[in-house]
Structure formats: structure tokens, C-alpha cells
Ligand binder design. Structure first.
Ligand SMILES: *[C@@H]1O[C@H](CO)[C@@H](O)[C@H](O)[C@H]1NC(C)=O
Ligand SMILES: *[C@@H]1O[C@H](CO)[C@@H](O)[C@H](O)[C@H]1NC(C)=O
Ligand SMILES: *[C@@H]1O[C@H](CO)[C@@H](O)[C@H](O)[C@H]1NC(C)=O
Ligand SMILES: *[C@@H]1O[C@H](CO)[C@@H](O)[C@H](O)[C@H]1NC(C)=O
Length: 401
């Protein structure tokens, strides 16, 4: 009852709540969840438990190993950071063993590296891992995060009712706004809804999750890409500067993907204008994965200021090959040819310029999306033939002449 009463009071002034000036391009950073989960065992696994040490170490590496220069900015803590009990004042308290310096000090440290700090909470009564949730504490928690100097809040949906999301997430956006501190609002809403009001989601959230948690496997990546290919409710059309559909973290550099799969995964997240939150151990990442995460050509597609999410243009080779396109600034067109087949040899794909929306009669210069190398010159009637590796991708960018 208390919750509903509160909502009725705040609803009329919510309309512009995501209007915080943030996320003009897809947010980039690092998030601990996929790789480090809810590891709280700092006694037996001190280097990998969710703690201020882990976050500081990753912030150090983001700054020293080129990630920050490539655009990665937010260092984000997921679930399992708080104590199991709120303090006497009702405020959340970070676990004293794992965050002995407190969140304010951690935020100061991260800021000193030129980076930003993200934190996690849950709209329900408890987080997914059963730490205190924000229900009935929305205003207190928003203010606490602002007081600590937090820059991003990921807000989960465990232990709550999906019918409440449409009220609760805008309410939290409102309270974040009221703190006066710009805090990027990363929502799990609409997760769990059968049909969603993306207009309302976009008004509240700077990014919103499109599906289940990503796992460390190619199947999980393909599941996301299939979902984006279907584009139910045309959700692609709601993504853009200020608010982004979020397919969940980038798992490049982890255990589950081959090099071809990593390129395909990262290339598609770039095509989708997805937030790029790496979840990887930056202390021992493969050189090839690191280079991919810092590939300036692919990042330029992801960060294109128009912010268009790629949509499916063609399905070829019995549905094994997807061709996605998106427009970039200056009438450029990015094309991704993704091969989901696993039959051992590259698939040859033939398209015409017109198929891909290359309709300008003056023609286009084509460059490789990964290397930036020129690969040719095409017009609307040109035949474009690409060999695409199994579980692989070809991306090219067409620039009008
Ligand atoms: C709060 O919302 C107002 C109105 O939409 C906006 O102008 C302002 O920048 C927002 N402030 C923050 C801190 O998000
Ligand atoms: C979706 O949300 C917007 C903004 O809150 C609202 O104006 C509109 O009526 C909602 N649409 C539906 C179908 O509920
Ligand atoms: C999505 O957009 C397409 C093309 O604009 C339109 O034909 C289709 O009906 C839309 N689908 C939905 C579910 O809105
Ligand atoms: C990875 O890069 C580092 C630094 O550039 C280099 O010293 C090392 O030999 C490389 N490792 C491999 C396996 O190529």
C-alpha cells in the first residue's frame, strides 16, 4: 500500500526523468557480474571476490592498459556488495570486510583515475542474491548513491512483480533526478514483461535490458542476436542517444568463445549500438581479445552519434546467414554479414548494393569494419561477394563518394 501511495504522488512529474544528459552514445565500461558473479569468499579467493580491491584493480588496468583511452569509462559493481542488514538510519551499508574503506572512498579512487563508478540495486524486496532490495527505500537509496558519488545505477527486478515495473522504475528515475547528481540509470525493465511500453521505458532509463543474463557461451550470444533479428515490437526504433537497448555484458576475453566468435559477438554489439560493458578479468586477458575490445574502427561504429540500432536486412543460406545494416553519420552504411553455420568451411554470400540499401548512383567506397582497409568500390548494381567463416562475421562500411 505504501508503495502505491507514493507512486500516485510522484507520477505527474515523471515525464522527462531520463533527461539527465547522459549516455548520448552507448555507455562503455566494465561490470563484474558475468565473470565474477557473487563471489564473496575473500578468505579463500581474495583476488577474485567482489571487493574494493577487485574494483580498484580493474580501474587501474582500465586506465593503464588503454581501455580508458579507447572510451571505456564506467567501472561497475553488480550484486553482492552490501551488508545483509541496512544501517540504523535505513541506509545501505557496504560489506565492511570486503569494502572496508566505504563506497565514498572507492568512488573517489575511481574518479581519481578519470573513470566513473557504477553500483547495483534491485527494485524488489531483495536483490537476486538476497541482499536488501530498494522497495520502500527508493528515495533513501537514490540519495545514498548520490552522496557516495556514484555515477551509474544498475537496477534489477528480482523479488518484485513485473506489473509494478511501470511505476517503480520511473519512480526511481525521479528520485535519482531529485538528488541533483547525474546518475546513469541502467534498468532491467522490461525483463519479464510480455509486452512493453518502450516509450515509458525510454523516458525513465538510459539503458534497458532486452533479455536474460548473458552466459559464457556462443549459444548465449546467438540467442541475443536472434532476438535482435526478430526485433519484436520494433524495439530497435526506441534505441538512440540518451537511451539504449542493452543485450547485456560483453564476454570477449572470457572462456567460452573462439576468436571468430569473439569478433562476431563484439561486432554485433557494435552494430546494435549496444552498451559495451566488458565482463572479463583484465589482469590476464588474451592479447587478441584486448586488441578487439580496443579496436577503434569497430568502436567508431558502436559510438556513431546517430545511434541507430542495426536491423535485419536479409536472411540467407537457409537462415544461417544474417545480414544486418545500420546507417551512420554522413549517409554511411555499416553492413554486418554474420554466419551462424558450423559446417567447417566459410560460406560464400552474394549480395547486390541495392540489397543493402546502397542506392546512391555515384557509388560507395567500401572499407573493412575491423581493419579500416579499403576493400573496393560498389554501386547499387554491383555484386558484393563475401566469404564468411563459420561462427564468424564480416563487417564493412560503405561511404558515399
Ligand atoms: C532532472 O530533470 C530535469 C528535467 O527533466 C533535467 O533538466 C535535469 O537535468 C535533471 N537532473 C539530473 C541531475 O538528472
Ligand atoms: C506508454 O507510456 C507513455 C509515456 O508514459 C504513455 O503516454 C502512453 O500512454 C503509454 N502507452 C500505453 C499503450 O500504455
Ligand atoms: C514494425 O515496423 C514495420 C515497418 O515499419 C511495420 O511493418 C510493423 O508492423 C511494425 N511492427 C510492430 C510490431 O510494430
Ligand atoms: C602480448 O602482448 C605483450 C605486450 O605487448 C607481449 O609482451 C606478449 O608477448 C604478448 N603475448 C602473446 C602471447 O603474444
Amino acid at each position: 500500500m505504501a508503495f502505491l501511495f507514493l507512486l500516485v504522488c510522484v507520477l505527474p512529474i515523471l515525464v522527462q526523468s531520463a533527461d539527465n544528459g547522459l549516455a548520448r552514445t552507448p555507455p562503455m565500461g566494465w561490470l563484474d557480474w558475468e565473470r565474477f558473479r557473487c563471489n564473496t569468499d575473500c578468505v579463500n579467493d581474495p583476488d577474485n571476490c567482489i571487493s574494493e580491491n577487485l574494483i580498484k584493480t580493474m580501474a587501474d588496468l582500465m586506465a593503464s592498459e588503454g581501455y580508458k583511452d579507447a572510451g571505456y569509462e564506467y567501472v561497475c559493481i553488480d550484486d553482492c556488495w552490501p551488508s545483509h542488514e541496512r544501517g540504523p538510519d535505513g541506509r545501505l551499508v557496504p560489506d565492511p570486510e570486503r569494502f572496508p574503506s566505504g563506497m565514498k572512498a572507492l568512488a573517489d579512487y575511481v574518479h581519481s583515475k578519470g573513470l566513473k563508478l557504477g553500483i547495483y540495486e534491485d527494485f524488489g524486496t531483495e536483490t537476486c542474491a538476497k541482499y536488501p532490495g530498494s522497495e520502500f527505500y527508493l528515495q533513501t537509496d537514490a540519495q545514498t548513491f548520490a552522496d557516495w558519488g556514484i555515477d551509474l545505477l544498475k537496477f534489477d527486478t528480482c523479488n518484485s512483480y513485473s506489473s509494478d515495473f511501470q511505476y517503480g522504475f520511473p519512480a526511481m528515475a525521479f528520485y535519482l533526478n531529485q538528488t541533483g547528481r547525474p546518475i546513469l540509470f541502467s534498468c532491467e525493465w522490461p525483463h519479464g514483461e510480455s509486452e512493453s511500453n518502450f516509450t515509458a521505458i525510454r523516458q525513465a532509463c538510459n539503458m534497458w535490458r532486452t533479455g536474460l543474463d548473458i552466459e559464457d557461451s556462443w549459444d548465449s550470444v546467438v540467442g541475443v542476436i536472434d532476438f535482435y533479428a526478430k526485433d519484436a515490437q520494433n524495439f530497435s526504433s526506441f534505441s538512440g542517444p540518451g537511451g539504449w537497448a542493452d543485450p547485456d555484458e560483453v564476454i570477449v576475453g572470457d572462456f567460452g568463445l573462439s576468436y571468430e566468435e569473439e569478433r562476431a559477438h563484439f561486432g554485433m554489439w557494435a552494430m546494435f549500438a549496444s552498451p559495451l560493458l566488458m565482463s572479463v578479468d583484465l589482469r590476464n586477458i588474451r592479447n587478441s581479445s584486448k586488441a578487439l575490445l580496443q579496436n577503434r574502427n569497430i568502436l567508431a561504429i558502436n559510438q556513431d552519434p546517430l545511434g541507430h540500432q542495426a536491423t535485419l536486412k536479409m536472411e540467407l543460406a537457409n537462415g544461417y546467414v544474417y545480414v544486418f545494416t545500420r546507417t551512420l553519420v554522413d549517409n554511411k552504411i555499416a553492413v554486418a554479414v554474420l554466419n551462424k553455420a558450423f559446417n567447417g568451411m566459410p560460406t560464400s554470400v552474394t549480395m547486390t548494393g541495392k540489397d543493402l540499401g546502397l542506392t546512391d548512383e555515384s557509388g560507395y567506397t567500401i572499407t573493412d569494419g575491423f581493419t579500416g582497409d579499403q576493400i573496393g568500390s560498389y554501386g547499387p548494381t554491383s555484386e558484393i561477394i563475401q566469404n564468411v567463416n563459420p561462427s564468424g562475421i564480416v563487417i564493412f562500411v560503405a561511404t558515399p563518394k
